[in-house]
Design a protein around this ligand. Structure first.
Ligand SMILES: Nc1ncnc2c1ncn2[C@@H]1O[C@H](COP(=O)(O)OP(=O)(O)O)[C@@H](O)[C@H]1O
Ligand SMILES: [Mg+2]
Length: 347
C-alpha cells in the first residue's frame, strides 16, 4: 500500500517536532527514517500509527485519508525498541494475542501464529517465555506479533537499539529478508546511518523536524542535498573544507585540487569524503600526522594546508608518521555547497 504524507506537522508548545513534512512511500518499499536524536522520527512514526494526532497535515494509506482513524483501524504493525512482549506468556500466546483480541478462533490463531513464526524463524521456540530468549529472538517475536494480523504497513521504531553490534547487523538483514518476503510497505526509524543505508530502498533524512532529503541510499551518499546530510552519512565523516575558486581552479589554502571547473569565482564550502582521495605522486603533497588501522582500511590524519583532513587508503599501504604522500581527489568527488549549505555541484 502506498503511503502519502502531506504537510504533516506536530507542534509541542513552540517546538515544531515535525515541520510540514511531505513524503510519498511506494507500495512494498522499505523507507529508512533517519536523523539524530530529537529530530522528530518517532513523532512522525507515531502520527503514522495514529498514536499521536497531527497538529496539521494529512496522512493517506492508498487513496484513503487515515488522519483521523484510530490506531486499531489503520491496519498497521508496530515494533518498538523494547520488544514490549508479555513476559508471563509463551511466545505462541504473545503472537496469537492480537488475533484472540480480534476474536479469531484459537485453532486458526495458532495456525496463523505458526505460519508467521516460520517466516521469522522462531517456530522452534513457541513454548518458551520471552525471558528464555536472546534479544534478537525477542525482537523476532515482536515482529511476528506485528505481522500476524497481516497489516498493510509495518512501522518499526529503532527496533535494533537494544541489541549488541553483531546481532544488530544480523537482525537488520533478517528484517529486510522478512520485509521482502511479506512484501509489506515498511518504515524503519533509526539514528544509525549505516543501518539505514544498508537495508532501505529509500532514506528520509530529518533535522529538527524538517525533511532534508529523500533518496535511494547510494544516490544520497554521492549527492547529499546539503552539508548536514553530507556529514550525517558516512564514516569516517566527510572532510569539510573551505575552498576558493578562481579562473576555474578549486584550491584549499593555496593547494590546487581541481582545474578547469565551470564555477563562479568565490569562496565555497566543500566536502570531500575520506575515501575520495587516491594516492597520486603528481597530486597535492601531504604528510602523515597520525594513522589509525581499522582492518580493511587505514585512516591517515593529515592537513591540507592548515585544514585537518582524513584520508582513507587500503590497509596494505605502508606508511609511517611523518611520511610524505601525494593525493588527488576522484573526478566528481569534490562536493561544492553554496552560502545556504546546499549542494551546487560535484567537481
Ligand atoms: N509528548 C511530547 N511533549 C513535548 N515534546 C515532545 C513530545 N514528544 C516529543 N517531543 C519533542 O519533539 C522532538 C522530537 O522528538 P522525537 O520525535 O521523539 O525525536 P526522535 O525520535 O527523532 O529522537 C524532541 O525535541 C522531543 O523532545
Ligand atoms: Mg525516537
Amino acid at each position: 500500500m502506498d503511503i502519502r504524507i502531506e504537510n504533516l506537522t506536530k507542534t509541542y508548545g513552540t517546538l515544531n517536532a515535525v515541520d510540514h513534512m511531505n513524503l510519498t512511500i511506494k507500495d512494498g518499499e522499505l523507507v529508512g527514517l533517519l536523523g539524530p536524536s530529537g529530530c522528530g522520527k518517532s513523532t512522525t512514526l507515531f502520527m503514522l500509527s495514529g498514536l499521536t494526532t497531527p497538529t496539521e497535515g494529512r496522512i493517506y494509506f492508498g487513496d484513503k485519508d487515515v488522519t483521523n482513524i484510530s490506531p486499531e483501524d489503520r491496519e498497521i504493525g508496530l515494533v518498538f525498541q523494547n520488544y514490549a512482549l508479555y513476559p508471563h506468556m509463551t511466545v505462541e500466546d504473545n503472537i496469537t494475542f492480537p488475533l484472540i483480541n480480534r476474536r479469531v478462533n484459537k485453532a486458526q490463531a495458532r495456525e496463523m501464529a505458526l505460519e508467521m513464526a516460520k517466516v521469522v524463524k522462531i517456530d522452534q521456540l513457541m513454548k518458551r517465555k520471552p525471558g528464555e530468549l536472546s534479544g534478537g529472538q525477542q525482537q523476532r517475536v515482536a515482529i511476528a506479533r506485528a505481522l500476524v494480523k497481516k497489516p498493510q504497513v509495518l512501522l518499526l521504531d529503532e527496533p535494533l537499539s537494544n541489541l549488541d553490534a553483531k546481532l544488530r547487523v544480523e537482525t537488520r538483514e533478517e528484517i529486510r529478508r522478512i520485509q521482502q518476503e511479506v512484501k509489506i510497505t515498511t518504515i524503519f526509524v533509526t539514528h544509525d546511518q549505516e543501518e539505514a543505508m544498508s537495508i532501505s530502498d529509500r532514506i528520509a533524512v530529518m533535522k529538527e523536524g524538517v525533511l532534508q532529503q529523500y533518496e535511494v541510499p547510494q544516490t544520497m551518499y554521492l549527492n547529499p542535498a546539503n552539508v548536514f546530510v553530507s556529514r550525517f552519512l558516512g564514516t569516517p565523516e566527510i572532510n569539510s573544507i573551505e575552498v576558493d575558486v578562481k579562473d576555474g581552479e578549486i584550491s584549499a589554502n593555496g593547494l590546487v585540487l581541481r582545474k578547469g571547473v565551470k564555477l563562479a569565482d568565490g569562496h565555497y564550502k566543500a566536502g570531500i569524503r575520506p575515501e575520495s582521495f587516491y594516492l597520486d605522486e603528481n597530486g597535492v603533497s601531504l604528510s602523515v600526522d597520525s594513522i589509525r588501522m581499522t582492518g580493511r582500511d587505514l585512516l591517515i590524519f593529515s592537513k591540507l594546508g592548515s585544514t585537518p583532513v582524513r584520508v582513507l587508503v587500503h590497509s596494505y599501504i605502508q606508511v609511517a608518521e611523518g611520511d610524505k604522500f601525494g593525493v588527488s581527489v576522484r573526478e566528481g568527488h569534490i562536493l561544492i555547497f553554496d552560502g545556504q549549505e546546499k549542494l551546487i555541484g560535484r567537481f
